[in-house]
Write a protein that binds this ligand. Structure first.
Ligand code: KG4
Ligand code: ZN
Length: 414
């Protein structure tokens, strides 16, 4: 069992907590007697089967996760049918483990929350049908969860953060900047026009055959790039920052991937090695890609901060920037964002790395947030479907582009 430290007990009367902790020291869970809201969260949108039980104070009562990373590394990317089968093989065990660790009775649950959008259709389907069966058996309300909303709100479990705040979500499947005005109230400022940064890092890592590198063989592509980049020269080759003429908050990573591929091919020729072997300059290439990606992310985020301040959507001082999603677990990216927040009198907050990547806790917590706000709690599950594609919030990216805000240069001494 795991209990996350909250920096402040925002949702929470201290006397209640004391009673609760006292009772827990006797291995006794008060369940519905004291805690009114306890949610089981289930996540299967991509390649992690995850579940968690979280209460309304942010205590994680139980958690379990099965990662498919190693399997997909071997096949050179996620094969949806393989992901689906692995979810099917593991979901019952994972949910059972999370529930057992929580030591609550399933009848004490206030609701079941499950990711139903966006994500891989075959993966989402496994989580949804399992959840609906459970909802039927336990006769509990169902809370459908938007995966990106869950990433965005995770920070409110670990830190005291009020609305509004700016969120940067950077992962393997997504890249977006949004203003979070409420639990389910988002303004979309910009998104990737092509692939997500995690996808780009995964592709570069694959092309560099990092799975054959003894230090990185079990790491996700992004993690392997971060690891190797520590030993490399980030100015190894010149890459123009993507979209440098477009004065909006959109992103692009395909160009960066293609330029890097060309550079790798050139190096392979020079070193006389075949594709599939690890280049001697792999660390330099990793460092250059990571640095260029971080600078691009910072530039777009900088414009988003200036836009929000210009329109009084964020306070002029101490506005909060939250970064989450798998790529936000990268410490180089975090340091680059810190340079930005220091220069703009903002505060950077990131969930701990294991809550940046996909997990069940963020889904359960999103369920708690929705229960507290009374939003999207279903008592009738008839006709509920998963949605592989689903935008987040109201898209105002055109307005952001029309504002054409110039962004001052920042010295990126990371
Ligand atoms: O949020 P996530 O677990 O799943 C999606 O919703 O996509 O993100 C997974 C992505 C992968 O592309 C992975 O390579 C990347 O996050 N990632 C990282 C790091 N750890 C995971 N990227 C950069 N640095 C890391 N340390
Ligand atoms: Zn994710």
């Amino acid at each position: 069992m795991l209990i996350l430290n909250k920096t402040a007990g925002v949702f929470f009367k201290p006397s209640k907590r004391k009673v609760y902790e006292f009772l827990r020291s006797f291995n006794f869970h008060p369940g519905t007697l004291f805690l009114h809201k306890i949610v089981l969260g289930i996540e299967t949108s991509c390649d992690d089967t995850a579940a968690a039980v979280v209460d309304e104070t942010g205590n994680v009562l139980g958690e379990a996760i099965h990662s498919q990373t190693e399997v997909h590394l071997k096949t050179g990317g996620i094969v949806p049918a393989v992901a689906q089968q692995l979810h099917r093989d593991n979901i019952q065990r994972i949910v059972q483990e999370a529930l057992s660790a929580s030591r609550i009775s399933p009848s004490d649950l206030s609701a079941i929350a499950t990711t139903i959008k966006p994500g891989l259709a075959l993966s989402l389907g496994v989580g949804l049908s399992f959840s609906l069966q459970l909802v039927g058996q336990l006769k509990k309300p169902f809370i459908p969860i938007h995966h990106m909303e869950a990433h965005a709100l995770t920070i409110r479990l670990t830190n005291k953060v009020e609305f509004p705040f700016l969120v940067l979500l950077i992962s393997g499947g997504h890249c977006l900047l949004a203003l979070v005005q409420g639990v389910s109230d988002f303004l979309l400022l910009g998104k990737s026009l092509d692939i997500a940064p995690g996808d780009m890092l995964d592709k570069v890592a694959r092309r560099l055959s990092l799975i054959k590198h003894p230090e990185c063989s079990t790491m996700s592509g992004g993690k392997a790039i971060e690891h190797l980049a520590k030993q490399g020269n980030r100015f190894y080759f010149d890459i123009k920052p993507p979209l440098h003429r477009a004065k909006n908050c959109d992103f692009s990573f395909t160009g960066l991937q293609q330029v890097t591929n060309k550079r790798i091919m050139k190096k392979e020729k020079e070193e006389g090695i075949e594709e599939g072997q690890v280049l001697s300059s792999a660390a330099d290439i990793a460092a250059t890609v990571q640095h260029t990606m971080a600078c691009h992310i910072v530039k777009r985020t900088h414009r988003a901060i200036l836009f929000c301040k210009q329109r009084d959507l964020l306070p002029q001082n101490n506005a909060v920037l939250v970064a989450s999603g798998g790529v936000a677990s990268n410490f180089y990216v975090r340091r680059a964002l810190e340079i930005l927040t220091n220069a703009t009198q903002c505060t950077l907050l990131c969930p701990p790395p294991r809550l940046c990547t996909d997990n069940g806790i963020m889904i359960a917590w999103n369920g708690i947030e929705r229960l507290r706000a009374g939003l999207g709690i279903l008592h009738d599950i008839e006709g509920i479907r998963y949605e592989p594609k689903c935008p987040l919030g109201v898209d105002i990216s055109k307005e952001v582009g029309e504002a054409a805000i110039e962004v001052p240069q920042l010295k990126m001494e990371i």
